[in-house]
Write a protein that binds this ligand. Structure first.
Ligand code: NAD
Length: 507
């Protein structure tokens, strides 16, 4: 489990400011691991406040020109970016797999979902169209338009090093903003690759900047008065902090937090389909997805027993391998520290009396003994009071809770702190409708285990899974990255005039 120490020659990961790689100047560096081997593959520069100010300054300087570029031309940059992403898809996917640890097929899928947001952003001329009303008063017309905010920033998590940044900057930039991205320090290289491709697509220097770093860089972004809005995706405590601090400083903010996604299995569901869905949604990407299913809510004892009988052998047989193995179902966890944390949750579940049907703690991959691997684990008879139920584990651990009926399932889920995603598996339309209508969750699946909205809809949870008013990408993304202006105009005849001291009304 202990990582092999950094080789002296581990390359240094820089920042991207003003259209070029800029080496770190703070003297602070963090190790970046290759989870499959446990080796330190690189070291990332951690930006100081001065380096963040340099990146924001570069974005601010680029804004005057970029905001005046016609939306159609901005869209064409996105078209070229899309082509370059497709041409370089294997390179980007390999980069994701190497630092994150997810298997290469899953990394390709992540890129595809990000690329769909680029395709959405390429439709920006249509999305920015305003409204016009003729004769709101006699010979008075009104129109509304949406304008970019200026410099906006994004702070992103480790688990989707391409997709989550792509949720943000293509929409923001297509709207006419300039962007400063602070990716996760655990897998920062993909963001730099995306920035290089966007430059190659014709984006002017300074419109997209990447600063690598930790809390110091994030605080510098939050405190910089030129940063008008901040998008955050990560854990709930940090989301709450970022939202509060950004709002205190008068910034627009959207902060997406953690999750505990439940899947309800009704007695009438096709249990083989439900078990397949649980395997992919619970263990894909080693459970390190904000939309992973981590709790299965079995309705009725018979459903629970039949589901457990199907899940146990399949969880034991999960193909776990290094991230470049095309045949693997899942790879390692992101770091040794995270592996230790997830193992700690399994220990806690056992100590609190849950039944551990499959124990992944003994797993080791031959030839990769130092990699951050954990086998799939399955708990039954989990109760709402247990820590493994209350908290987000973010690993390949699925917990089964048994309830008597659908109202009890809905009540259970609605009482949980988080509200990102959920699903119901049933053949009964009436149950599905009652669930979709009554559940207090932002994204709901009916016989769909991971209901991630497409790029042209918006993504976001409820409760402690999102702080702010706007979801990301889709129409809400365009609204978040623009502000509305309404112009009321009149072209009176030369003789018309006279002061009117009353509140303007339509006469
Ligand atoms: P994290 O909160 O540790 O880090 C996210 C980002 O915040 C990183 O860029 C990190 O450098 C920065 N950061 C960390 N601590 C900070 C602090 N104290 N002050 C300021 N900035 C700080 O999250 P993570 O471990 O990288 O990602 C996993 C989490 O993200 C999970 O909780 C997962 O559910 C969540 N997530 C949520 C969504 C969603 O859509 N709701 C999507 C993906 C991931």
């Amino acid at each position: 489990m202990n990582a092999i120490p950094a080789a002296a020659a581990a390359p240094e990961i820089a920042h991207w400011i003003g259209g070029r790689r800029v080496p770190g100047a703070s003297g602070r560096l963090a190790d970046v691991y290759e989870p499959s081997s446990g080796r330190v593959g690189a070291r990332v520069a951690l930006a100081s406040a001065a380096e963040v100010a340099q990146a924001v300054g570069s974005a601010q300087e680029a804004f005057a020109a970029w905001s005046q570029v016609p939306p159609l031309q901005r869209a064409r940059v996105m078209f070229r970016f899309r082509s370059l992403l497709l041409d370089n898809a294997e390179r980007v996917a390999a980069q994701i797999a190497s630092e994150h640890g997810k298997v290469i097929a899953d990394a390709r899928g992540e890129l595809t979902r990000g690329l769909e947001v680029v395709e959405f952003a390429a439709g920006i001329p249509q999305l920015l169209k305003g409204e016009y009303s003729e004769n709101v008063g006699r010979e008075v017309d009104s129109y509304s338009l949406r304008q970019p905010l200026g410099v906006v920033a994004g702070v992103t998590p480790f688990n989707f090093p391409a997709m989550v940044p792509l949720w943000m900057f293509p929409v923001a930039i297509a709207c006419g903003n300039c962007f400063v991205l602070k990716p996760s320090e655990r897998d920062p290289s993909t963001a730099l690759l995306l920035a290089e491709l966007l430059k190659e697509a014709g984006l002017p220097d300074g419109v997209l900047n990447v600063v690598n770093g930790d809390k110091e860089a994030v605080d510098a972004l939050l405190d910089n008065t030129s940063v008008r809005a901040i998008s955050f995706v990560g854990s709930t405590p940090v989301a709450r902090y970022i939202y509060t601090r950004a709002c205190e400083r008068g910034k627009r903010a959207q902060a997406l937090g953690g999750a505990k996604n439940h899947m309800v299995v009704m007695p009438d569901a096709d249990l083989d389909q439900a078990a397949d869905a649980l395997l992919g949604a619970g263990y894909g990407s080693a459970g390190e997805r904000c939309m992973a299913i981590s709790v299965v809510v079995a309705v009725g004892e018979k459903t629970a027993d039949a589901l457990a009988a199907r899940l146990v052998p399949r969880v034991r047989e999960l193909r776990i391998s290094h991230s470049m193995d095309e045949q693997a179902d899942m790879g390692p966890l992101v770091t040794g520290a995270h592996l230790a944390r997830v193992r700690g949750y399994i220990d806690s579940g056992v100590a609190e009396g849950a039944r551990l049907l499959v124990d992944g703690r003994g797993f080791s991959l031959a030839g990769h003994e130092q990699g951050f691997f954990l086998g799939g684990s399955l708990f039954d008879r989990v109760t709402p009071a247990m820590k493994i139920y209350r908290e987000e584990i973010f690993g390949p651990v699925l917990s089964m809770v048994r309830v008597a009926d659908l109202p009890a399932a809905i009540e259970l889920i609605n009482r949980h702190e988080f509200g990102n995603g959920c699903a119901i598996f049933t053949r009964d339309g009436r149950s599905a409708r009652a669930f979709a209508s009554g559940i207090q969750i932002g994204m709901v699946g009916v016989n769909v285990p991971i209901p991630v909205p497409m790029a042209f809809h918006s993504f976001g949870g409820w409760k402690a899974s999102l702080f702010g008013d706007h979801h990301v990408h889709g129409p809400e993304g365009v609204r978040f990255y623009t502000r509305q202006k309404t112009v009321t105009s009149r072209w009176p005849a030369p003789s018309a005039g006279g002061a009117d001291f009353m509140m303007p009304t339509m006469k």
